[in-house]
Design a protein around this ligand. Structure first.
Ligand code: SF4
Length: 113
């Protein structure tokens, strides 16, 4: 069985030593949190991709460390961040959030100049 630690460690090819990881609601659910690409494509073809991600997000919604997890996922370089659902958001949703954060930071900088 793929654990969340394995899933993250494999995905980003680094050892992730985050203390909050031990409290993850998705422990042992690596395949749910980060389904194989073929499974995602098959779900997309059937119009069931949202349902696939919802299964993962339900774990995040009851997770005590979702804030830490999301902060960590957002801190990853983009090339390493393609690791399924983290902190209740899919990779695409995290990308959108990063763009919004970047736009807000640029706006604040412009306003304070
Ligand atoms: S927020 Fe979601 S992905 Fe992150 S540790 Fe919790 S259950 Fe796992």
């Amino acid at each position: 069985m793929t654990t969340f630690a394995d899933h993250i460690a494999t995905a980003v090819r680094v050892h992730v030593d985050e203390p909050w990881r031990d409290r993850a609601a998705c422990k042992g659910q690596g395949r749910v949190m980060d389904p194989p690409r073929e499974q995602i494509q098959a779900a997309r073809a059937l119009g069931a991709e949202r349902a696939l991600w919802l299964k993962a997000k339900r774990l995040c919604w009851q997770c005590d460390v979702s804030d830490e997890c999301l902060r960590w996922a957002l801190s990853l370089p983009a090339r390493e961040a393609h690791i399924g659902v983290c902190g209740g958001l899919t990779y695409e949703e995290r990308l959108r959030l990063r763009r919004r954060q970047g736009a807000l930071a640029a706006l604040k900088k412009k306003e304070s100049a």
